[in-house]
Design a binder for this molecule. Structure first.
Ligand code: UD1
Length: 422
């Protein structure tokens, strides 16, 4: 296993460009299964998670070929309809092959994803949505078995999601585009990942209205053309780099990004009194003066993303005063709190609210990465901390950030990757 060794304190400064969005690329890669042809996706990040999904697609018999950041997926033949436990357990987003496999072939068997470090993370909304489209679903020895109803394809239906769910919206949308007749998906997630997926599907010939809103209306079609799409920049990576400014007392410009996707984060920075410049496709954040206390409440898009909660907590750890971060999406998503405390952060947990009292200095210490975003928060805090911090189990960070140490080094970080001693 590998770890990062980080020496601080360093105020990160400079300009950085994000890679393609992981959470947008993953469902689009699954969408390739919908068409009998060769799909092309550009700007696909080379991450553990995209590699895992390539393995899932290969296992199904679709042939994936990477050429730089371009990924071609040949789904002319997909002889296997089963996504095995060994792969799904390493990345729950593999569940997103369920909708497309079922919609095109009439059968799919996908391992039930387990829980994760911060809670049970059920898939009931995915299954209820597919059942509304008349799918027959059985749970069999840890697997979800889904089939068309007897004698017909999936049938369009009105579906109202009880909770806004990115994954359920994506899975059900991909099933609805090849169902017979009209579907209306209410309380759909509006995250940019869902919007890009819908746009990609429309490019394949799907008929979807209401893209970007919470009501998606789909007129099913008989077949789709291969996908041809460029993955937009990763908004969580953009947010992570921007947060490096207040977290380390530096000044960061992120180029080639979509500022509209950052509204909730920029609002938090504004309330914290940070100077910012927002251009058409770049954002500069000046964190040289300590951030004032902020109040953060995570919410579905366009609210503040749960995937940015840990990184902003690292910034609050050395801001002036008492900040609160309320987690409403995953009530237990606080595994980073104990690790940030090891670096000297003053954080009290009160149910799903973290109360952070800013301290002047953090101190280097050995810490452990626990999930993708928690680990990027630890790396930011490590850059700010005095002395040496080792961040172990960085395979978590490699799931979601491509060569993060090289890009942070480009901003002045003293960070090296090394093999973890036994
Ligand atoms: C996606 C993102 C993840 C992000 C999350 C919330 C990907 C690959 N991952 O995950 O990074 O943190 O959105 O923005 O895009 N829920 C249910 N039943 C379900 C499905 C979800 O109760 O069947 C609940 C979840 O427990 C959670 C909420 O709905 O409380 C939102 O989760 P959801 O949007 O589905 O998250 P993911 O799609 O798994």
């Amino acid at each position: 296993m590998e770890r990062f060794v980080v020496e601080g304190p360093v105020a990160l400064r400079g300009s950085v460009e994000p890679g393609g969005s992981k959470n947008t690329a993953l469902p689009l890669m699954c969408a390739a299964l919908l068409a009998e042809g060769v799909s092309e996706l550009r700007n696909v990040p080379d991450l553990r998670d995209t590699r895992t999904l390539i393995r899932v697609l290969d296992t199904l018999g679709a042939k994936c070929e990477r050429d730089g950041s371009t990924l071609r997926i040949d789904a002319r033949e997909v002889p296997v309809r089963e996504a095995p436990y060994e792969l799904v357990k390493t990345m729950r987003a593999s569940i997103t092959v369920l909708g497309p496999l079922l919609a095109r072939f009439g059968e799919a068997r996908v391992s039930m994803p387990g829980g994760c470090a911060w809670g049970p993370r059920p898939v009931d909304l995915h299954l209820e949505g597919l059942e509304r489209l008349s799918a027959c679903i059985d749970l069999d020895h840890g697997y979800i078995d889904a089939k068309w109803p007897k004698g017909s394809r999936l049938k369009g239906a009105e579906i109202s999601f009880r909770i806004s769910s990115v994954g359920a919206t994506e899975n059900v949308l991909m099933a609805a585009v090849l169902a017979e007749g009209k579907s209306v998906l209410r309380n759909s997630a509006r995250e940019p990942d869902v919007t890009s997926l819908a746009e990609g599907l429309v490019g394949m010939g799907a008929k979807i209205e209401g893209i970007g809103t919470s009501t998606l209306t789909v007129e099913g079609v008989d077949a789709l053309q291969p996908l041809n799409f460029e993955v937009p920049p990763d908004r969580i990576e953009v947010g992570t780099f921007l947060t490096a400014a207040p977290a380390t007392g530096g000044e960061i410009t992120v180029t080639n990004c979509i500022p509209d996707h950052q509204s909730a984060l920029l609002e938090v920075f504004r309330s914290g009194g940070l100077d910012m410049e927002v251009g058409e496709n770049y954002i500069r954040v000046d964190g040289r003066r300590p951030m004032n206390p902020v109040e953060v409440v995570t919410a579905p898009y366009p609210g503040f993303p749960t995937d940015m909660q840990a990184q902003v907590m690292a910034a609050c750890a050395r801001s002036a005063g008492v900040s609160t971060l309320t987690e409403t999406i995953y009530l237990d998503r606080f595994t980073h709190v104990a690790e940030l405390r090891r670096l000297g952060a003053k954080i009290r947990l009160d149910g799903n609210v973290a109360v952070v009292t800013g301290v002047e200095k953090l101190q280097g210490a050995p810490v452990m990465a626990t999930d993708i975003r928690a680990s990027s928060a630890l790396v930011l805090a490590a850059c700010a901390a005095q002395g040496v911090t080792t961040v172990s189990r960085i395979y978590h960070i490699d799931r979601g950030y491509e060569r993060i140490e090289q890009r942070l080094a480009g901003l002045g970080a003293r960070i090296v990757r090394e093999e973890e001693p036994d």
